[in-house]
Design a protein around this ligand. Structure first.
Ligand code: TYC
Length: 119
């Protein structure tokens, strides 16, 4: 009876490391997925929109309580702009649309923009 030679394992791409536990890593990949880009919604000051309207908008669309909304409004008034919230791209764009639509309806020139956050 002819003895069969056992199948040879494929050649290693490199010698096994002492801590391999017998496993052979054929290829190491660097992680490809990045966390999604976040966007901040920045509200801008103007000379005409009433402070009370801005406070209500910040409360309603950015889920802030009265005190926080008032602080953000005052920061915009004093510094020219302030961040109202940080979101994914789509949600930030929706917030901007909601604010601009509410301002247009009320006849106020209130503006806000969304911008990618830089780290
Ligand atoms: N500057 C406005 C005023 O004095 C108030 C205001 C605050 C307007 C914030 C816009 O985003 C704004 N009536």
């Amino acid at each position: 009876m002819a003895t069969q030679t056992p199948l040879k394992p494929p050649p290693l791409t490199r010698p096994p490391e002492p801590d391999d536990g017998g496993a052979v890593v054929l290829e190491r990949r660097t992680q490809k997925t990045k966390p999604p880009q976040l966007y901040q919604v920045v509200m801008l000051n103007d000379d005409y929109t009433p402070m009370e309207f801005v406070v209500v908008v910040i409360q309603e669309f950015f889920s802030k309580d009265l005190e926080t909304a008032t602080q953000i409004m005052l920061k915009i008034h004093l510094d020219g702009k302030a961040v109202c919230g940080v979101y994914s791209k789509d949600v930030a764009a929706t917030k901007v649309d909601q604010v601009l639509e509410a301002a247009n309806k009320a006849g106020h020139p209130l503006k806000c923009v969304s911008e990618p956050i830089e780290f």
